[in-house]
Design a protein around this ligand. Structure first.
Ligand code: SF4
Length: 276
């Protein structure tokens, strides 16, 4: 597939996702009025999935704590409980990642103030990210994209899955190659919103097992949809089969008396008062 063709294919998919998941569009606009610390935590809490989920988690946590410093000193258990109470998924793992990140930030820089990043250039921000979050490629790319607007796409397993199924990348492409493909196929200003839409697609419809292709907003453009729909139909057929089995069982039950012993058709008719 030529670069131009794959870029227009991906743009069309993104358009369908915008139309089919209206509540997942325009994340960059919602984040534009928030401070750097909030955006950082949105990236950290959403890493590995949709940044929108991270945004919701960050808002949910902040509704129960005074600020991110209180979150840091409260520890992962309290944060996890607060997240679970707000109905946020994966609360334990995300709370651990968030408090670890805040702890590293405080230990390394002695405060939660990020004024020193105000005029940071791209290599300063990259250094800051690896200093605080280590070598986790997915987390680092999520922070760079969501918090700093750097045009990089996190190589998550979920992005790898949806890009493979949608035919955006060749089937044998690695997660890193898929992320690079998305990155190079879209303009920088579209990356955050598009990445959020693709991750939301993975969370809502394109599950690892039994994707919900029937309701998926990208099914018309997805070369894998037919295969999955056929498999789902086959699953339905086996359920129909078990219903047929139910009829056979009920016929069989009628052919037996109360004690379970098999009785003849003639005898059944006599018992039903049809024959004397
Ligand atoms: S149509 Fe099915 S396989 Fe394709 S992206 Fe949607 S959910 Fe995934």
């Amino acid at each position: 597939m030529s670069g131009e063709h794959s870029s227009s294919k991906l743009r069309n998919i993104i358009k369908s996702l915008e139309q089919g998941m209206e509540d997942a569009r325009g994340l960059s606009k919602s984040l534009s009025g928030t401070g750097l610390m909030d955006r950082l935590m949105c990236a950290v809490l959403g890493a590995g999935g949709s940044p929108q989920r991270g945004h919701l988690a960050a808002k949910g946590i902040l509704s129960q704590f005074v600020d991110w410093n209180e979150v840091r000193v409260s520890g992962p258990t309290s944060v996890s409980e607060a997240m679970a109470a707000a109905g946020l998924p994966d609360s334990a793992a995300r709370a651990r990642t968030a408090t670890e990140f805040l702890g590293n930030l405080f230990r390394r820089y002695g405060s939660m103030g990020l004024q020193f990043l105000k005029d940071a250039n791209p290599s300063d921000t990259k250094r800051f990210v690896t200093t605080v979050s280590g070598e986790d490629k997915v987390l680092n790319a999520a922070i760079l994209l969501v918090a700093f607007g750097t045009p990089v796409v996190p190589p998550t397993p979920s992005l790898h899955r949806v890009c493979g199924r949608l035919g955006v990348c060749p089937p044998d492409a690695s997660a890193a190659q898929c992320a690079k493909k998305v990155q190079s196929s879209l303009p920088a200003e579209m990356l955050l919103d598009s990445y959020n839409l693709l991750e939301s697609l993975a969370e809502r419809y394109c599950h690892p097992e039994s994707p919900d292709c029937k309701r998926c907003p990208a099914s018309a453009q997805c070369p894998s949809a037919r295969k999955f729909l056929k498999a789902a139909e086959a699953g339905l057929a086996s359920k129909c089969g078990s219903r047929t089995g139910g009829k056979i069982e009920s016929r069989d039950a009628k052919a037996r008396g109360a004690d379970g012993a098999r009785i003849s058709r003639k005898e059944r008719a006599v018992r039903a008062g049809k024959k004397k």
